[in-house]
Ligand binder design. Structure first.
Ligand code: DOR
Length: 434
């Protein structure tokens, strides 16, 4: 295996609290040495002057559509999009066809991820059989399988029945797994098309009230408290939900939470275009919610930025608003949206932003070798990016098989230059190596 010297970059490693210029020597897939002025004899020297070197990004929430909708995305195209976004680990949700609710499917997803080899793929198992919400899936069998599932979710759908969520939180304590919930009271969102507020009233589109998310967040937090189980909240999008998580954390509930870039970068005003690329679940919220999500990420109430990368085939998504499925792409733009929308305006400093994309999400799960620290002996899963590079998002040039990015045409700052998975280039000079 190659010996590489990443030379002269700004090493931002939240797990070791390192922020400053340092070389990183990589040998045989691992970090061999970190420090100033390392000797590069026998190593390929990679000039990182002016660039940030950090742990590879970790995405707790993606949809890779395989098995079942390979016309929208595959584990291969999704892995490539992830690597180009600076990710070295992604966690695909189980709402595939068939649903990833048994050892066979999660093992297939993990094995395909390994075969592609561009990022580590840690599948999330379904909580209920077929995500139907009626009975628990075999969580233990998925945890013991070769895929070693440590997180379960019915994402795309909420766990409607409190009793089942309670059982899942209790049962998974035995193997310290996490239940990740998509908080949505379906009885309040039946037929909903967008966030309920002034804009939905103007447009005459059925609304998804913030309360539909907040009620379920409150319920979930109470059940986490009751059971002592580990709860993770997916795509937190309202100010009220952020406040509920903040209060629960203050009283010691075992909860972690994520926010998606579109929820801190866009508002429900985007729906005025009637362009279904802006339709997502939970929906784009109001300015005050966006502000609250930003504050939640800043103070650590929200542990992680997760993309909810949701590719949809053109013929499904490019239809009238009401008929379009919810979801937007995120993997190739998340870092740049974070830098442009959170770091540039001063909500988060660069180190905190990197934390929410790396060590923060890694802490929410067991993802060996990811999230840092960048220290001798650790797997060399690293991202190198240019924080100043400006670029314009062009949906035609994405590696994802789908085209539904809400950021098409937007100028963003921050571009991934290299991504290393166990010391091998998955992305080199902005191009995927495979
Ligand atoms: O917008 C969304 N799309 N939200 C979800 O929860 C599921 C996702 C999908 O699978 O398309």
């Amino acid at each position: 295996m190659t010996r590489l010297l990443l030379q002269g970059g700004r090493l931002v490693d939240p797990a070791s609290r390192h922020d400053g210029v340092a070389d990183v020597l990589v040998d045989d897939g691992r970090v061999a040495e970190v420090g100033p002025g390392l000797d590069g004899t026998g190593a390929e020297v990679v000039d990182c002057g002016g660039l940030v070197v950090c742990p590879g990004l970790v995405d707790l929430h993606v949809h890779l559509r395989e098995p079942g909708r390979e016309d929208a995305e595959t584990i291969e195209t999704g892995s490539r999009a992830a690597a180009l976004g600076g990710y070295t680990a992604v966690c695909p949700m189980p709402n595939t066809d068939p649903v990833a609710d048994n050892a066979g499917v999660v093992e297939m997803v993990a094995a395909r991820g390994r075969e592609v080899g561009l990022v580590d793929v840690f599948p999330v198992g379904a909580v209920t059989l077929g995500q139907r919400g009626a009975e628990l899936a075999e969580l233990g069998a998925m945890a013991r399988s070769a895929a070693r599932v440590d997180c379960f979710s019915d994402d795309g759908l909420p766990i409607r029945e409190a009793r089942l969520l309670r059982l899942a939180l209790e049962y998974t304590r035995a193997f310290d797994a996490v239940i990740a919930d998509h908080a949505q009271d379906a009885s309040l969102t039946d037929g909903a098309q967008m966030h309920e507020g002034e804009v939905s009233a103007m447009l005459g589109l059925a609304g998804w009230p913030a309360a539909a998310e907040e009620m379920v967040v409150a319920r979930d937090l109470l059940l986490a408290e009751l059971t002592g189980g580990r709860l993770h909240l997916c795509h937190v999008s309202t100010g009220g939900a952020v406040e509920l998580v903040r209060a629960a954390k203050a009283r010691g509930v075992r909860v972690t939470a994520e926010a998606a870039p579109h929820h801190f970068a866009l508002t429900d005003e985007a729906a005025r275009s009637y362009d279904p690329v802006f339709k997502v679940n939970p929906p784009l919220r109001e300015k005050a919610d966006v502000e609250a999500v930003r504050q939640g990420l800043a103070d650590g109430t929200l542990d992680a930025i997760a993309t909810d990368h949701a590719p949809h085939a053109r013929e499904d998504k490019e239809v009238e608003w009401a008929a379009a499925p919810p979801g937007m792409l995120g993997l190739e733009t998340a870092l740049a949206v974070t830098l442009t929308e959170l770091v540039e305006p001063g909500y988060l400093d660069l180190v905190t932003a990197v934390e929410r994309l790396t060590a923060g999400p890694a802490r929410c799960r067991r993802l060996p070798g990811h999230g840092g620290p960048v220290a001798p002996g650790a797997a060399a899963n690293l991202a190198v990016f240019d924080p100043a590079a400006a670029w314009t998002v062009d949906r035609a040039r994405l590696a994802s098989r789908a085209r539904n990015t809400p950021f098409h045409g937007r100028e963003l700052r921050g571009r991934v230059v290299h991504t290393l998975l166990r010391g091998a280039f998955a992305v080199r000079d902005g191009r995927a190596t495979r």
